[in-house]
Structures are given as structure tokens and as C-alpha cells.
Design a protein around this ligand. Sequence first.
Ligand SMILES: [Zn+2]
Ligand SMILES: [Zn+2]
Length: 344
Amino acid sequence: MKIAYPIEVYPSGTVALGDRISCDGFHRDYPVRVQTHVHDDHMDNFETSKGLQNLFMSEATRQLLVCEFDADLPYRDNVYPVRIGETQDLDGHKLTLLHSGHMLGSVQVAVETPLGMRLGYSGDFRWPLEQVIEVDALVVDSTYGSPDRKREYTLAEAEERFLTLVHNRIMRGPIHVKAHRGTLQRALSILSGQVNCPILGSARLCEEVQVYRNHGYTIGDICRINTEDGRWHVKSGRFIRLYGKGDGEPPIQLLRGSTITLSAYMSRQDDPVMEYSDCSFGVALSNHADFEGTLEYVRATKAKHVVTDNTRGHAVELAREIQHRLGISARPSSTQYSREWGLS
Ligand SMILES: [Zn+2]
Ligand SMILES: [Zn+2]
């Protein structure tokens, strides 16, 4: 007999696990929203959720959200920091969060319904992981869900290439580095103690970095760009400037120096560095599991049924590969494909 597992991803990106708990998006039918991490593609309608739902997240995610925009977040009584690995009972639904290794605060979500069904959402995750949720049915991130999204280098190698690139380029002038949150702080950890020029960032970035430090990241000093010191370094022409969320764009026309964009995008499987022009580079420095890692993750969860997230990545291909390679029933989340797959 085929069991209908109550898991779904709505077109907004909201992931539903059972009939009470949703993740990473707002849906009025669910009294609970779990926030897996702070990246924008998971923040749909956060303001609405704040007014209407109970919010659960790791303490680190809560602190990052406070830095970002929610001055009132610390004073709300519907925001609950959850200890990693501890189980909470929410009206008979048992909620557990485990680290997902994607960025500071990021989690996998496991829910056990009152009927004993174990449902889970990977969130964005890195592979390998020390602890994996064990579930009957899983919603899995599909960012690198296509077989050609295979990394032939390790993350450590990508990090080393980034550092080498910085060392080579700093001789020719300032370097502007742009990245998503999490990746930028990783870049900072890599650069800390390894470059002998000042690193500049916005006031907000400095605040964010402090949260990372509070959670054990070793990150050296960053100089605020809008201070006397900061302006002096800019004039000197020898600096690394970081651009996080809300910090605008690096200058397009550079008289001197280089731009490096750190992204999840892989243009080649065998080389993390992309050369866009003689002063503009990309480095694939992403904290997502690649295709093989994604399959290994699915296997490790012991899920019997998988929904691939069609709002973020290669869901159709991933569902097909999970069926073929792992023999696990799988379908992509969007209703657009439900008929083709004969499942709803
Ligand atoms: Zn993410
Ligand atoms: Zn994502």
C-alpha cells in the first residue's frame, strides 16, 4: 500500500512537514514556521510570519536575523531559539533541529507527527555531515541536483585557490570581494592572518562578523569603511574590500585592482576559478553538497519517499536519479510536474 506522506513545497518555497509545521516561508494554514537559515531564498514573507506564526530557529540564526533587520526580534514572545539536537513537543508534533553545515546557524529539520510519521527537510546542506536526520519522508534541497553538478575538487582546494588568487592580485591594487552571507565569512576566515593588508567592510558586515566570532569562528579584525582609518586605507590603494548583503556592488570600472565574486555557481567541474576578464574573477566556493553528496545524504536519511524542492535547483532531474540510482520513490515538488510523474 502506498502511504501518502504529508510533505510538500509550495511555489513560494514554503516547505510543509505535516499539518502544523512549515519551514522557510509563510503559509497561513501552519501555526509554526521553522527558519533553517538566513539566506534570501528561504526568507519568503518573514515579516508576515513574525506577526502570525510561532517561529523556531537556532540561536545563531536568531542573532544573524537581529543584525540584519529585525530590531524587535529579541523582544517578541513568538520567537523561540532551539538547541541543536534537542526535541521539542509542539502540540504532539516533535521538532528536532540538527546542524546542516551550510552556514552559521543552518539546520536540518525533523518532525514526528502524533501518528508517529517521521518527516524531514534537509534545508541547504553540505556533505559530509556528522549527523543526519532519520525520517520516513524527506524534502531535499536540489541546488546541485543534476548529475553534471559534480565537484572534482574539494572545498579545501577551492579555498586554497581563492587565497592564491588574492595573493597574486593584491600586488596589482585593491581587491573587491563579493559573496553571500556565510560564504563571505568563510572567505574572511581563510584570509585572516594570511594577508598583510587591511580588510574593509560596512558597519553591518562588522556586526554580522561579530556573531560568527561569538560562535567560534576565528576571524581577524575588519576595518569599518566609513571611519577615518577606513578612508585612509582606501586612499592608500592597498586593501581588500568585502561586499555582503546590502553593501551594494563593487565598482564596475576599476582603474586599478580586481573583483572576485564567490558563488555557488560552478562553470567547470574541475576548476573552481573562473576568469571573467583580466581583472574580474569568480571562485566557486559554495557550501552546498554536490550531486553525489546529495544522493549520499538522501540515502543516509533512510527516507522511503522523497520530494525534491522544485523552487530551488534541479528538482526534476534529482527526483529521477533518486528513483533510478537509489530505488527510492521520489517526485519533484512543483504541481507543474505532478501529472507527468503520476503523483500529486
Ligand atoms: Zn542557503
Ligand atoms: Zn537555498
